[in-house]
Write a protein that binds this ligand. Structure first.
Ligand code: ZN
Length: 338
């Protein structure tokens, strides 16, 4: 045996997990038990002057992490990729990633050309649901939904023990159900008045800004100090008891409950795992959704059994990127992949 083969790091398979969001990319070395090795690193996604993400520069960003992972493992390390949009799980082609302005970018091919390593790629919500199914709070749960409230609002489904992609891979887009297409705002998806335009971070910030402009929230006006109101400020104002901010978040919670009760009434899932920046903004957010959703649920069984919980990891999509590698290798139960 060589010295490398005797190294303890060789005893457990590792994957380099990469989560590419609309603003930041995150990197982590994660083993097949879901344990983090070293630190989770966050770096800004490089953009071109035309507003689209720079794929070549993004791969440059990956390079030192790939080198580090291989040094730790003493050999090639597979890459698990999570992307903030639609990416083909077979080819890694970025079909439509609105936040990166990517349309049919052959990113999987570029990744393979650059590093020559095996990889698994999927949309972030699918990866997050997988992480919760194999290592997280939904382990052993046969029917659950993942829901993210952050820059956007959406999710993924895990039904009858498997990830559920739907006919075209787009299942779980419950944030793009219309709530009010007449009085609502234009959504990133091209439709009008989707739930996302009422409950996601930008909608909370917009409502906070409106309250300041109408002089309804002295607390928010003071926090913003003449600058733009952020969703985070609205949550801070709620903590301070500001009535306008309390009303904004109450309304967000009401609409999320109406939307998610539709998911439960339609699919009879027994758990909803929630993640994203808005969910993490306040510890009471998920608890209040869990309480407030009950009257909207159709059955006594759902009212009794539905669990609404926070994500199990600092970033479930990042953990899921690693899980997708181990599931594809058969190290984790591959039936979860569907
Ligand atoms: Zn939409």
């Amino acid at each position: 045996m060589t010295e490398t083969e005797n190294a303890p790091s060789m005893s457990v398979p590792l994957a380099l997990a990469i989560d590419v969001g609309g603003t930041n990319a995150r990197f982590a070395l994660i083993d097949s038990a879901g344990r983090l090795h070293g630190d989770m690193v966050r770096q800004p996604v490089p953009f071109l002057p035309d507003g689209s993400a720079d794929a070549a520069a993004l791969l440059d960003l990956f390079a030192p992490h790939v080198a580090h992972a291989q040094a730790v493992a003493g050999g090639p390390v597979p890459i698990g990729l999570s992307m903030c949009g639609n990416i083909d799980t077979e080819t890694g082609e970025a079909v439509l990633i609105a936040n990166l302005r990517w349309y049919n970018v052959p990113f999987g091919h570029m990744l393979h050309e650059r590093f020559g390593l095996p990889f698994c790629a999927a949309t972030d919500v699918r990866q997050a649901a997988l992480a919760e199914a194999v290592w997280g709070v939904a382990r052993g749960v046969r029917n659950f939904a993942w829901a993210t409230v952050g820059t956007g609002y959406g999710g993924y489904l895990f039904l009858d023990g498997k990830l559920y992609p739907g006919a075209h891979g787009f299942a779980g887009n419950f944030g793009h159900v219309a709530w009010d297409e007449i009085n609502g705002y234009k959504c990133g998806c091209g439709q009008w008045g989707c739930f996302e335009t009422f409950v996601a971070g930008p909608a909370i910030a917009r409502a906070g800004q409106f309250a300041v402009d109408k002089k309804r929230s002295p607390a928010l006006a003071e926090m913003a100090a003449g600058g733009p109101v952020s969703a985070h400020m609205v949550f801070q104002a709620v903590e301070a008891g500001d009535p306008a901010a309390v009303h904004i978040i109450d309304e967000v919670i009401r609409l999320i409950c109406i939307n998610l009760s539709g998911v439960v009434n339609l699919l009879d899932v027994s758990m909803i795992v929630m993640g994203g920046g808005v969910v993490q903004a306040a510890p009471w957010f998920v608890e209040r959704i869990s309480a407030r959703i009950r009257p909207y649920l159709m059955t006594a069984e759902a009212k009794r059994d539905l669990h609404i919980v926070r994500e199990s990891f600092p970033n479930s999509a990042l953990w899921g990127a690693a899980a997708s590698v181990f599931a594809a290798q058969g190290i984790l139960d591959p039936t979860a992949l569907g």
